[in-house]
Design a protein around this ligand. Structure first.
Ligand code: GLU
Length: 308
């Protein structure tokens, strides 16, 4: 830590702060299985580079990480393809909804960034091309990030999303019409839905993202996942594109790179310091966890543990 601060106390105070706030927002009911989640849940877990982790609330309960998986699929594809990956997907904020089709036409099938659905679908296509068994190998990749051998997909959530994922089907077919999808769209989407369905706790998520706080290396043993330059770029993308058309608001309020998912999870990274995973299922109108954002804003303001 670059400043002596009682961060455990700050976490407790931020937790009390959000517990006293009105719980606004709604569950992501466009995926039927996600509408069944208990919306009163709240968990938070911090993983520190100094080894002193701390969690609170429902931090050990599994939830569907949804779009947080987009950072992990991108990391794996970046490992495989290196800088050539940016020929397939751009690095600019979209300023549009997570499942928007509008910019694809102007940009000739090159998604604005890898953290909106169109971009993540292209990243999944890259992994389908690069890997013999993408579903199995991606799961193993995430398990290895933080030594989590028990990690699993939720087949129920993946098939629930598949049953009504019309916009993602449209996105994938539209991108293919520009030649930026190499494989069969149904194979790419099956993998995409499964990756989004990964079930993790706040503790597991924050530990799994530790390499992004540690210059691309696993915290536990220093094993290199990506280079420090690639880690810089992944963090930069999370900072500018991690929250769809609310990325500016998150940077403004929280002051950290991060990524949200419609399961109500948020991961935030303070490079060279800590990672934080927060979970509260009710989403604001932009599709980001309402209380999760409030918690992180309060925590970084209270503790001054922010990059700015
Ligand atoms: N699986 C979700 C979808 O494609 C992910 C969206 C999100 O978490 O933002 O709609």
């Amino acid at each position: 830590m670059n400043r002596v601060v009682n961060y455990q106390q700050c976490i407790k105070e931020s937790y009390q702060y959000v517990k006293n706030l009105p719980s606004k927002g709604a569950l992501a009911d466009y995926i039927p299985e996600l509408a069944r989640v208990d919306d009163s849940k709240f968990g938070a877990y911090m993983t520190n580079l100094d080894g002193e982790d701390f969690g609170i609330g429902d931090d050990l309960e599994k939830f569907s990480i949804q779009s947080i998986s987009k950072v992990l699929t991108l990391t794996m594809a970046y490992q495989k393809l290196g800088e050539k990956i940016w020929e397939r997907v751009d690095v600019e904020p979209s300023g549009a909804k997570f499942d928007s089709l509008i910019l694809l036409d102007t940009n000739k099938g090159i998604p604005r960034n890898p953290f909106i659905n169109s971009g993540a679908i292209v990243v999944c296509d890259i992994l389908v091309s690069q890997l013999g068994d993408p579903k199995k190998e991606f799961l193993q990749f995430v398990r290895d990030l933080a030594d989590l051998p028990e990690l699993e997909y939720s087949k129920e959530i993946a098939s629930s999303e598949k049953s009504c994922g019309y916009r993602n089907v449209a996105l994938c077919n539209y991108i293919k019409s520009f030649g930026n999808i190499e494989n069969d769209p149904s194979e790419v989407l099956d993998f995409y839905f499964l990756a989004c369905s990964l079930m993790m706790t706040c503790q597991e998520l924050s530990q799994c993202f530790g390499f992004l706080a540690n210059r691309g290396r696993r915290i536990a043993d220093g094993k290199k996942i990506v280079s420090s330059s690639q880690s810089k770029r992944l963090n930069a993308l999370m900072m500018t594109c991690g929250f769809y058309d609310e990325s500016g608001e998150f940077a403004f309020g929280v002051g950290l790179p991060g990524k949200s998912g419609v399961g109500g999870g948020i991961v935030a990274v303070y490079p060279k310091n800590y990672t934080f995973a927060v979970w509260s299922p009710k989403l604001n109108l932009k599709g980001n966890s309402y209380l999760g954002m409030k918690f992180l804003e309060d925590f970084t303001t209270r503790s001054e543990l922010t990059i700015f």
